[in-house]
Design a binder for this molecule. Structure first.
Ligand code: SF4
Length: 703
């Protein structure tokens, strides 16, 4: 591989994969990235994981779009097994940008004229920059004319954000993951950082070596168990039972922090009353944890001087995901474990810019900075900023949009960099919806599974080709810089959005993302004291930032919470069963997620040479006992069936898996896990239950 000496220049940027937001340097020669090295960023201190280090070559993959495409007449929309993304000419013809943009915008404006603004919707992308997210939601709100705009936060941490907004008044983390180094106790639950946030995992390992006691609560085992003082595996879907039993212990043994509760919270008496019957003995069978172990976890957390809770999608991706997060928030509030160094609540955000895209308003119920669309005063500020009246009704969410297409209510869509034909639950339903759209415009790097349903495909920019800011899980706003030129006839995403906006009659005239960032600052108080020039100098500034010469607040809410009266709120919960409990016909729990080497639907990492070589094939992970019971040899093919579909893939013997459960990564189109998943939604966050579906396993030769 190349070394620094072989490169003719270096460009500092940020990793495009996970929410850790590692700063990196691209080493470039002859407009090609030779290799990548870590930088001394605030969240990585020179470290990179395998994706950040080796997943840089996807933009030059042979299947990269070279020109705008328009669907050939008569070619049916959908996934054709004979379609070759590297040669899309069988299904699409090349077009000039002028023709493609006219066709893209023309189809959408015609549907709006015929059926009204709510016939259109847009999915923006947490892989794009803050500026592109801002422009995308602005286009939908001021051009399309509704709030039908969403993105993959809906599939990720929407329930966590719903609970945090309700209880604390803010949807972001209260402390960075580096604060784990200051904590005496760290609870990791429903997350697997060594796989999904690998550099954050190095901080947890470092903390454990320094004396922090890690407590891991999860149905599955994981690498970090080796660093934990206590690892507890509980029954899938029984999170609320376990956490409420911990709260019961904290109340019964008076381990709560009276002074903190009195000064900073409201609703503790209601919480106390709600958990009185949920003793460890009463909840033990439901959550599969012994009463004494529940007491032990509760005591360790409550009596620690400084304790933090980190969680991932094992918490959020349930029909009771918001309740799960409410419980974790109650634990922290009851024990006074927020607002000080080494304390806090931290949902580990998934995509590199899911925090920033959410902050920028890529959400159907709130304007930028989480300002509700129904609040006339807040809405008026944006109407003045954008000189356009805005819809006062919340729009539809990701999964709701698919239902609205089937119902004939939504007829046209713009999708930027998202891949719902792989990422949505119950893919037969989602793909059926995409095929029904009268007009679909996709801007992306490749003819993804979703783009195969498009009428017009617009070749967009990869992260190493663009300037822009992103916001990581720690609330750190960071600057990425273009390292290489756009290849072929690809264009920046912000430029594409501007051209579509102009065809909707909007007078947009941005010349560079820094001008968009300047406009964002007019509508987003969270960006106070953060300027493009400052980011060019410093690379990273954390919000909220109180002054131009401070790095921003790593830990927030020491004095007050951003709710009326400054108090956080307890939100009591009761255990609920999964939407689709296992039964005699479907006796095994299916859970889905990511792998270390692959990112989400694989559109980037499966086109990265090293990463694809490391993990080239879909596998289903099961316990050795489960494989024995099925009579399936490790490595032999296995068929998984749910009420929605069937896939066949190789089996992997994994001692970290509990009996009665199978794990499937969702990045492989040839064995798409989401053909199986349950689209039932959490009522508050509207997030699907990706972490629990009832399934049936069989040897492939018996299926
Ligand atoms: Fe990139 Fe996340 Fe890996 Fe850091 S930990 S290199 S941000 S994928």
């Amino acid at each position: 591989r190349g070394d620094s000496a072989a490169a003719d220049r270096t460009v500092d940027s940020v990793c495009p994969y996970c929410g850790v937001g590692c700063q990196l340097t691209y080493h470039v020669k002859d407009d090609a990235i030779l290799h990548v090295s870590g930088r001394d960023g605030p969240s990585n201190q020179n470290r990179l994981c395998v994706k950040g280090r080796f997943g840089f070559d996807y933009p030059r993959h042979a299947a990269r779009l070279t020109a705008p495409l328009i669907r050939r007449p008569g070619v049916p929309k959908g996934l054709d097994p004979d379609f070759d993304p590297a040669d899309p000419s069988t299904h699409f013809r090349e077009a000039s940008w002028e023709e493609a943009l006219d066709a893209a915008a023309g189809g959408l404006t015609a549907l709006k004229a015929a059926h009204g603004p709510k016939a259109l919707a847009g999915f923006g992308s947490a892989k794009c920059s803050n500026e592109e997210a801002w422009l995308f939601q602005k286009l939908v709100r001021t051009g399309f004319g509704s709030n039908n705009v969403d993105h993959c936060t809906r599939l990720c941490h929407a329930s966590s954000v719903a609970a945090l907004m309700e209880c604390l008044g803010s949807g972001a983390v209260t402390a960075s993951f580096m604060q784990a180094l200051e904590a005496d106790v760290v609870i990791l639950t429903g997350c697997n950082p060594a796989v999904n946030h690998p550099v954050a995992a190095t901080y947890f390992k470092q903390a454990a070596r320094r004396g922090t006691r890690l407590i891991i609560l999860d149905p599955r085992g994981q690498v970090l168990d080796a660093y934990a003082s206590l690892s507890v595996r509980f029954t899938p879907g029984a999170d609320v039972a376990l956490f409420n039993a911990m709260l019961n212990v904290i109340v019964a043994e008076e381990l709560y922090d009276d002074a903190y509760i009195a000064e900073h919270t409201e609703g503790f008496e209601a919480l106390k009353a709600s958990v009185v019957d949920m003793t460890p003995e009463a909840m033990s069978e439901l959550c599969g944890v012994a009463p004494e172990t529940i007491r032990d976890i509760a005591r360790r957390y409550a009596t620690a001087e400084r304790a933090m809770i980190f969680w991932g999608m094992g918490i959020s991706q349930h029909t009771h995901g918001t309740d799960n997060a409410r419980c974790l928030i109650s634990l922290a509030l009851a024990c006074g474990q927020t607002g000080r160094p080494g304390t806090g609540l931290h949902p580990l955000r998934g995509q590199n810019n899911v925090q920033g895209a959410s902050d920028a308003g890529l959400i159907p119920m709130v304007l930028p900075d989480y300002q509700p669309v129904g609040d006339a005063q807040l809405r008026a500020a944006f109407e003045e900023l954008w000189a356009t009246p805005l819809d006062d009704q919340p729009g539809l969410t990701v999964v709701e949009i698919m239902g609205a297409i089937h119902a004939g209510e939504i007829r046209g869509m713009l999708i930027q960099g998202e891949n719902p034909a792989m990422s949505d639950p119950d893919l037969h339903h989602a793909r059926g919806a995409l095929a029904r759209l009268e007009h679909l415009v996709v801007q992306d790097l490749f003819v993804t599974e979703t783009a195969q349903f498009a009428d017009v495909i617009l070749p967009a920019s990869a992260w190493p080709e663009k300037d822009g800011t992103v916001t990581n899980t720690n609330r750190q706003v960071q600057l990425g810089r273009a390292a290489v030129a756009l290849p072929f006839d690809a264009r920046p995403d912000w430029w594409i959005l501007q051209e579509i906006a102009r065809r909707f009659g909007l007078a947009w005239d941005y010349a560079h993302p820094r001008e968009v960032f300047a406009e964002m600052k007019l509508g987003m108080a969270s960006l106070d004291h953060i300027s493009w020039a400052r980011l060019e100098r410093e690379g990273s500034v954390t919000y909220p930032c109180p002054a131009d010469d401070t790095p921003g607040a790593d830990v927030v809410f020491h004095d007050a919470f951003p709710r009326q009266g400054g108090r956080a709120r307890f939100s009591p919960t009761r255990p609920l069963p999964p939407d689709e409990p296992v039964d005699a016909a479907y006796p095994t729990v299916l859970t889905t997620g990511r792998q270390l080497e692959h990112w989400h639907t694989g559109s980037m990492t499966r086109r990265s040479r090293v990463l694809d070589a490391l993990e080239p094939e879909a596998v289903a992970s099961l316990s050795p006992g489960e494989l024995d019971r099925l009579g399936v040899a490790p490595g032999a093919p296995l068929t998984i069936t749910t009420r929605r579909g069937t896939i066949t893939l190789r089996s992997l013997s994994d001692p970290a898996m509990p009996d009665g459960m199978v794990f499937v990564p969702f990045c492989y189109a040839e064995a798409a896990a989401n053909l199986l998943t349950n689209p039932a939604l959490d009522p508050y966050g509207k997030i699907p239950e990706f972490k629990y579906a009832a399934c049936r396993l069989s040897r492939a030769d018996e299926a």
